[in-house]
Ligand binder design. Structure first.
Ligand SMILES: Cc1cc2nc3c(=O)[nH]c(=O)nc-3n(C[C@H](O)[C@H](O)[C@H](O)COP(=O)(O)OP(=O)(O)OC[C@H]3O[C@@H](n4cnc5c(N)ncnc54)[C@H](O)[C@@H]3O)c2cc1C
Length: 481
């Protein structure tokens, strides 16, 4: 007799409650080894010391926390400056309709089938709906992350901003001031390890080109900011950048009735090949970090050179409007305010706009990060360790932190600040050292276990004497001879 499995269309949605029960059962079965093991610490004044403070409660912070909790590192806290379940871009400034990555990417699930986005989606909508889904709607991705946080009991302190991380040598741990959303102090926290999960701009900041320095703030807005698109109705809008976000924002301006939208970029042609899709194979995702420096440099430099392109539907969304114009080979040479408008000069001509939108991406520079204000002078950068051949020079890459194999910072001068190795940079700034890790769904499957292993490794090695003493004292008799 042949047993026929039901087609996706016939598979009913089991509901989230049933999924959560199945997940709970998985976690119970996979709980080995279940013993808590990290020796508790206090400051000399008796204040609690966290084993790990995770700064940033987006997908990276949450999944790093769960990975550590599975390894019985439970004395941890995630802080995020956003409102609960609004961490990261998905429900704030991401203006695409769906994720740009394929729906079958895994990562946050840590290999647990009942924790997959697909399982969460199917539990509510059925397997047929999953089959017919093109890509993941961004709001659903955010909702999934919210469910993930709740169902796994991840401790997150929202609307709390972490200030400069400071090493306290006499306590042997970090001291981190916290601030509430309004700026009021939310106390100080002590932690042995710090994971920076601060996002795509987490090793620098969103870039505003120098040409805009003298332009009044009211005339331009960055794609990472809240934008009043309604105010663009009937207006002319200039957009800078050829990446996906530049196109998304151009589309929204058009959909809100902008009279014309012109999108400018430096390249002669729009990139149409996505290096990130090339990168989605085991060799690169898992082992980029093990390549010699010269190879890591040439691979990542090539990926940057290929550029970030708008996905096909993002491109079509914008070019479908007759009021939309593309301007290749058109860097902004200068921008001036003229009678309340912005005059943009490019090699191809001069244009006047009512409003500008900057889709100019991020710049890598640790000295710009408030969390690293006290640590960055001691952190090694690629330019401290590697000199590329002149034809492969790249200013932004040279400012990338030179990270160890588990996302740890390295000290610039050996012996001067070994504590920087207890800070893990799981942001986009890991790109050159470790490939697609922090701030990328594509890399999570391999980067998360690497990060988690780096933290547990240090927690074990730091306390080797304590563990040895516990072995010496171990006297659990299994039988009486
Ligand atoms: C518009 C947009 C679309 C993207 N689309 C995709 C995609 O489709 N597929 C893909 O793989 N990647 C995509 N990415 C890249 C990446 O996946 C996202 O940036 C993702 O949000 C990264 O997750 P994260 O947790 O690392 O950072 P984030 O989601 O940015 O979370 C970091 C959090 O840390 C908070 N934070 C920062 N500093 C502090 C501090 N000092 N104290 C407290 N909190 C702090 C931030 O406010 C934020 O809430 C996209 C990025 C953007 C910007």
């Amino acid at each position: 007799m042949r047993v026929l499995s039901p087609s996706p269309e016939e598979t009913p949605a089991i509901g989230l409650a049933a999924l959560e029960l199945a997940l709970k059962a998985d976690l119970e079965r996979l709980a080995y080894p279940g013993r808590s093991w990290v020796p508790p610490r206090q400051t000399r004044a008796g204040l609690p010391v966290l084993d790990v403070l995770i700064i940033g409660g987006g997908q990276s912070g949450l999944t790093a926390a769960f990975g550590l909790m599975r390894e019985r590192v439970t004395n941890l806290l995630v802080v995020d400056d956003g409102a609960p379940d609004l961490a990261g871009p998905w429900k704030t400034f991401a203006r695409m309709r769906t994720l740009r990555t394929p729906k079958h990417l895994t990562g946050p699930d840590h290999g647990l089938p009942h924790l997959l986005f697909q399982s969460w989606f199917e539990a509510q909508h059925g397997a047929g709906a999953w089959t017919s889904l093109g890509r993941i709607p961004k709001e659903q991705w955010a909702d999934y992350l919210g469910w993930y946080r709740r169902v796994l009991g991840i401790p997150v302190r929202s609307q709390t901003r972490a200030g400069p991380v400071e090493w306290c040598a006499d306590e042997g741990c970090f001291r981190v001031p916290l601030e509430e959303a309004g700026g009021a102090s939310a106390g100080v926290i002590h932690a042995r390890k710090v994971v920076l999960a601060t996002g795509i701009d987490g090793s620098g900041r969103w870039e505003v080109p120098a040409e805009l320095a003298c332009v009044p703030r009211a005339l331009y807005v960055h794609t990472c900011e809240p934008i009043d698109f309604e105010s663009m109705r009937g207006r002319s809008v200039g957009v800078l950048g050829a990446g996906a976000s530049a196109f998304d924002n151009a589309s929204l301006a058009l959909e809100h009735g902008a009279a014309e939208v012109r999108l400018f970029f430096r390249r002669r042609e729009l990139p149409t090949v996505n290096a990130y899709r090339w990168a989605e194979f085991v060799g690169f995702l898992k082992h980029h970090a093990e390549l010699p420096d010269v190879d890591r440099w040439r691979f990542i430099r090539r990926i940057l050179e290929m550029g970030q392109l708008p996905p096909a539907d993002t491109y079509r969304r914008a070019v479908g409007f007759p009021q939309f114009h593309l301007h290749p080979g058109s860097p902004w040479l200068s921008v001036e305010a003229v009678e309340g408008r912005a005059r943009v000069t490019t090699p191809q001509g001069v244009y006047l706009f009512d409003r500008l939108i900057l889709g100019s991406g991020t710049v890598t520079d640790l000295s710009l990060r408030p969390e690293l204000a006290l640590l960055h002078p001691d952190i090694a950068l690629w330019r401290d360790r590697f000199q590329p051949p002149p034809e492969l020079a790249h200013a932004d890459l040279s400012r990338h932190p030179y990270l160890s194999a588990h996302f740890e910072f390295q000290e610039k001068v050996p012996g001067r600040a070994p504590h920087v190795a207890a800070v893990f940079n799981y942001t986009f700034g890991c790109l050159l050292s470790l490939g697609l890790g922090g701030a990328s769904i594509s890399g999570m499957k391999y980067s998360l276990p690497r990060l988690v292993a780096g933290v547990t490794r240090q927690l074990y090695l730091d306390d080797r004497d304590v563990f040895f003493r516990s072995l010496e004292c171990y006297a659990e008799r299994e039988f009486e001879p």
